[in-house]
Every structure is written in structure tokens, then in C-alpha cells.
Design a binder for this molecule. Structure first.
Ligand SMILES: NC(=O)c1ccc[n+]([C@@H]2O[C@H](COP(=O)([O-])OP(=O)(O)OC[C@H]3O[C@@H](n4cnc5c(N)ncnc54)[C@H](OP(=O)(O)O)[C@@H]3O)[C@@H](O)[C@H]2O)c1
Length: 346
């Protein structure tokens, strides 16, 4: 069968805010399958903040990077039957030929396999494999439970709280008996955060971060799950500086998950002004990458799926319909347009 794949190509490395002509939709005729080849067709594709900084580590022109949920449509490897579902690091493309045998032993960052069978989603929608039951869900799970190490009764603060990772962090923290405070960039997101069980939620673009925190957490913050710094401006100044220098409890833990606020920056972010507070309050701050816990990935997804099934976690997806609209789904994410996980329906 002759297959013409569509793919997004990064024509120019991003400078500042991504522009339309940085990413261009192209077609590519695929060859006939050779022995051992498997042809995958994208069902759902993920757009994630990491694509902005990571794609700039590559030299354009280059095919855009990313993960997708794909199904096998033709196979010359008996282990990959037609119709079976896989999570593949195939990039932004509709069709991909992959030869599992030839690629055996080739790993992604932190030993992650390039193609993994779609995990058991316990009856949840397939797209969840890219969100709450995929990389972002596992990020929330590991970042909160392993880095922040919350105890029942602790107060947990999350920014970009209505996004894929942040919405999961708050709900897992509630399961663990914590008080939760979320910050997001629109009134509609703040309303949703309260609906999914955040004890307090505020709009960092319209409300003073320090004043709201003094009210919501006079006892201080034990765990700060930082999705957005380093130079995340809220009302009253830089978000992390405000939180760390004024509101952390003694012995608090800070998980540095992401720095989306600086991904489009053209100048390097600021330096370590926080060290004094870190010392006096004996704080622990740790950066992490989800795949450093890859050996526990499937166990984490299993537990998350169970919590969703039991109604302990609610999920919201921000679906962009159509592969041709993938670029606008991604650019929207960098402007805060998504509530919950941003996914593309191929
Ligand atoms: N360490 C890891 O292994 C790992 C894994 C996955 C994700 N991450 C990181 O975790 C963070 C959240 O990822 P996600 O997938 O859950 O994305 P997301 O929160 O679903 O979407 C991004 C959100 O970030 C906020 N945002 C966008 N531009 C911003 C800016 N300039 N300043 C401040 N906030 C901005 C927006 O929310 P508001 O409307 O609330 O501003 C937007 O909706 C990102 O920094 C990402 O890189 C890290």
C-alpha cells in the first residue's frame, strides 16, 4: 500500500515566541515495508511544553519531536499485530515506519524505550495515555510523591495548576491528605480548580500572590510544586521569589518540575537570589525528570488509573481536532489557552 505521511517540520529554530513559518506541514511518501517493519498510524498526538526548549537543541530543519498514541496498520513483525496500540516517540507525523528488531536496545533519554505498548488504561479513554495516564500524570505522581514527599496535613502549592501536570498534582495531594493551593492564569481555570477539589485557587494574573497565600496558608507552605518558574511574573512580582522567600515553612520541599515562563525568553533567566532563604529555612529544592523513575512508570500509571476509576481524580482534556491544526494546539499551550491536557486528535 502506498502511504503518504503528513509531518510537521521545524524549518527554523524558535526565537522568542514561536511563529507560523517556524513549523511547516509537509508530505512524505513512505516506501513499501521491508521484513521486520511495522507501519503505525497516529490516533492521538501530544503537545507539551518541553517541545519548545528541546526542539531548539536540534538544528533546523528537522522533523518536530513528540509522542503519539498510534495503532499498527501494517506489520511484518508478528509481535506487532494489526490494530494493536503503542506509545511511540515518532514526532509530529501521521504515519511512521518503525523496525522494532533493528531498533532493539536503542533508548531515549533516561533509558526510556522509544516505543512502548499502550498501558492498561482501566477502561479510560485512549487519549489519557498521553495525559493523566501518561507522561504528565507520571510527572505529577513522581514529582509530588518522591520529590515533595508530602505528609498528611501538609500544605501543597502548585502553579500552572490547571494544566496537564498541575491538575493531577493537586488531586494526588488531596488523596494523600494535604491542603492544596493552586494558581492559574484565567478565572475559568480557577473555577475548575475549585471544582476538582483544590482547597484554594487564585488567578496569579489578577490577584496578589503574597496576599492570597497569607490568607490561604498562614501556616506556610510545606511543598511547592513549581511548573512555571524561573521568571514567572504574578501580581506583586516574581512568583517563586515571593513563595520561597516569604511563604515556605521550615523544612519545606520544592520540586522544580518546569520553567515554562522562560521557554520563550531570549535572555538567560536570573540567578540564585534565593539561597539565603534556602539556608535559613532548611529547604530542599530538587529538579527532576519524569523518566528518571521510568522503571516505576507502569506501576504509577496503574495506580493513577485506579484513582480515576474510583472517581478520586477528575480529568479535563483540551482537544484540538485534526493533525493539520497541531501547530495552533501547541502555540495555544504556550499562551495558556489549554485547561487540562492539550492533545491533538489526528
Ligand atoms: N520535569 C519533567 O519531567 C516534566 C514533565 C512534564 C512537564 N514538565 C513541565 O511542567 C510544566 C507544566 O507542563 P504541562 O504539560 O502540565 O503543561 P500545561 O500546564 O498543560 O500547559 C502549560 C500552562 O503553563 C502556563 N503558561 C504558559 N505560558 C506561561 C508563561 N509564560 N508563564 C507562566 N505560565 C505559563 C499556562 O497556564 P496558566 O494559564 O495558568 O498561566 C499554560 O496553560 C511545564 O513547565 C513543563 O515543561 C516537566
Amino acid at each position: 500500500m502506498v502511504v503518504v505521511a503528513k509531518k510537521w517540520v521545524l524549518k527554523k529554530n524558535f526565537i522568542g515566541e514561536p511563529k507560523d513559518d517556524d513549523l511547516v506541514l509537509e508530505e512524505e511518501q513512505l516506501p513499501a515495508l521491508k521484513d521486520g517493519d511495522v507501519l503505525f498510524e497516529a490516533l492521538w498526538l501530544s503537545v507539551d511544553p518541553y517541545m519548545r526548549p528541546y526542539s531548539n537543541n536540534l538544528k533546523a530543519p528537522v522533523d518536530m519531536i513528540g509522542q503519539q498514541l498510534a495503532r499498527v496498520v501494517e506489520s511484518k513483525d508478528g509481535r506487532y499485530p494489526i490494530g494493536s496500540r503503542y506509545l511511540g516517540d515518532f514526532g509530529w507525523r501521521t504515519h511512521t515506519i518503525f523496525n522494532p528488531k533493528a531498533m532493539e536496545g536503542v533508548k531515549g533519554t533516561y533509558g526510556k524505550d522509544l516505543v512502548i505498548p499502550c498501558p492498561d488504561l482501566a477502561g479510560n479513554p485512549e487519549s489519557y495515555s498521553l495525559g493523566c495516564l501518561g507522561m504528565p500524570g507520571a510527572t505529577a505522581y513522581f514529582g509530588l510523591l518522591k520529590v515533595c514527599d508530602p505528609k498528611p496535613g501538609d500544605t501543597v502549592l502548585v502553579n500552572a495548576a490547571a494544566g496537564a501536570v498541575g491538575s493531577m498534582v493537586g488531586q494526588i495531594a488531596k488523596i494523600k491528605g494535604c491542603k492544596t493551593i493552586g494558581y492559574a492564569g484565567t478565572e475559568q481555570k480557577v473555577k475548575w480548580l475549585k471544582e476538582i477539589g483544590y482547597d484554594f485557587a487564585f488567578n496569579y494574573k489578577t490577584e496578589d500572590v503574597s496576599a492570597t497565600l497569607s490568607k490561604a496558608a498562614p501556616e506556610g507552605i510545606n511543598c511547592y510544586f513549581d511548573n512555571a518558574s524561573s521568571e514567572h511574573e504574578g501580581v506583586g512580582g516574581d512568583f517563586s521569589n515571593t513563595v520561597i522567600t516569604k511563604h515556605m515553612s521550615i523544612g519545606g520541599r520544592i520540586a522544580i518540575c518546569g520553567a515554562i515562563s522562560s521557554y520563550n525568553a531570549t535572555a538567560p533567566p536570573m540567578g540564585p537570589e534565593l539561597y539565603g532563604t534556602m539556608i535559613f529555612k532548611q529547604l530542599k529544592m530538587q529538579g527532576f525528570i519524569v523518566y528518571q523513575y521510568y522503571s516505576e512508570y507502569h506501576a504509577a500509571v496503574k495506580e493513577l488509573a485506579q484513582w480515576i476509576k474510583e472517581g478520586k481524580i477528575q480529568v479535563c482534556e483540551d482537544v484540538t481536532d485534526g493533525f493539520a491544526n497541531m501547530r495552533s494546539g501547541f502555540y495555544g499551550l504556550l499562551k495558556g489557552k489549554n485547561t487540562g491536557k492539550a492533545v491533538i486528535k489526528a
